[in-house]
Design a protein around this ligand. Structure first.
Ligand code: SF4
Length: 342
């Protein structure tokens, strides 16, 4: 098949638009589309300090590459890549070098923040002790909560004004369905392209790939030589409902092209309907200062349950449970004794 815009062979065919793209025209199309999303939702200002959450995989490496291209046009823009090393044996060792090699080649600023340094244990150690203690949480719950915690802490440390994540359209519609399945409406309403910093403790979050399918971020990464074609999978993936949801949505998309766009449009319609409501209020967690709708954030709750907080902080969590029924229930279910000073 030939490119719809020149005589070169096509590397990508978009079933919905019916257009085929050669390498150069695909890169041009992809970058235009992402820049349009950034402009459409006012994601980034010229003088922002952007922290790009990078895993070393195709989506986040593509996002970093585009942000650095944007920086060339906006010299005041600061871009720093942040990689969170969860400490997952056989997984992160393979993706960290992608970022390091790329950053050296493009003189990009980056930080690597590990679970070990910020939480006290690697994810592998946390999962092992959690299973031994019979705690009711899956590896991905710890992973997601602690990653968000570290992202907020690092953003504060670096004075970032924006956190950019590489969630693509596939991620967004999968999360939408997963939250529908668990009746988590507050999470659905926060699944927007931008989450504004509506208080001093909340850093603005943007998702520049919100309207871009995963297939396209993967092709962009490969065409720009940002990742190796090798497929590396987290060993805890079997515990994650996302992978079943992903399979189902991909099957639907194959059979009925446009399913993902349809889901995305439904999500955008839903989130626009609730804009009229008062914005969600956040408190600063009494332990770490990160934003939370409770007195104690989820990360510090997990840290207390896992025995990763010092004695004084653990007592403060238990004290806070006297004023927060859901926190008290969660601690009790995890076997934390609430009537002791720990
Ligand atoms: Fe973390 Fe789960 Fe993803 Fe593995 S599969 S990186 S544990 S969220």
């Amino acid at each position: 098949m030939k490119c719809s815009f020149c005589d070169k062979p096509a590397v990508y065919y978009n079933k919905i638009s019916g257009l085929a793209y050669c390498k150069a025209h695909f890169i041009e199309y992809f970058e235009k589309r992402v820049k349009k999303t950034i402009r459409k939702y006012n994601m980034i200002r010229e003088d922002d300090r952007v922290l790009v959450a990078v895993s070393g995989g195709k989506d986040s490496m593509s996002l970093l590459h585009i942000m650095l291209k944007l920086k060339k046009k906006m010299p005041k823009l600061e871009v720093t890549a942040m990689l969170i090393d969860e400490g997952i044996r056989g997984y992160r060792e393979k993706t960290v070098p992608n970022l390091v090699k790329y950053a050296e080649r493009h003189a990009a600023k980056y930080v690597i923040a590990s679970f070990k340094d910020y939480i006290g244990e690697t994810l592998d150690e946390i999962v092992k002790s959690s299973f031994e203690k019979g705690l009711p949480y899956m590896p991905c719950s710890y992973c997601g909560v602690f990653r968000r915690y570290i992202m907020n802490v690092v953003a504060r440390e670096l004075g970032a004004t924006v956190i950019a994540t590489a969630h693509n359209m596939d991620d967004v519609v999968q999360t939408f369905l997963m939250n529908l399945m668990s009746n988590s409406w507050e999470r659905i309403f926060s699944l927007t392209p931008v989450r504004q910093a509506d208080s001093e403790i909340v850093v603005k979050r943007v998702r520049p790939f919100y309207e871009v399918p995963e297939k396209e971020t993967a092709i962009y990464a490969l065409l720009n030589d940002l990742v190796q074609p090798e497929f590396v999978q987290c060993p805890y993936v079997k515990y994650n409902v996302r992978y079943t949801v992903r399979k189902i949505i991909n099957e639907l998309e194959d059979k009925y092209p446009g399913t993902k766009y349809g889901l995305l449009r439904s999500l955008l319609r839903l989130t626009s309907l609730v804009k009229i409501e008062a914005p969600r209020k956040f408190n600063a967690c009494l332990i770490c200062g990160n934003p939370t709708s409770r007195l104690i954030c989820k990360a510090c709750t997990y840290r207390a349950i896992l025995g990763l907080l010092d004695e004084h902080s653990t007592s403060r969590v238990i004290e806070a449970a006297k004023f927060d029924v859901s926190l008290a229930r969660e601690l009790r279910e995890a076997g934390v004794h609430l009537n002791t000073s720990h």
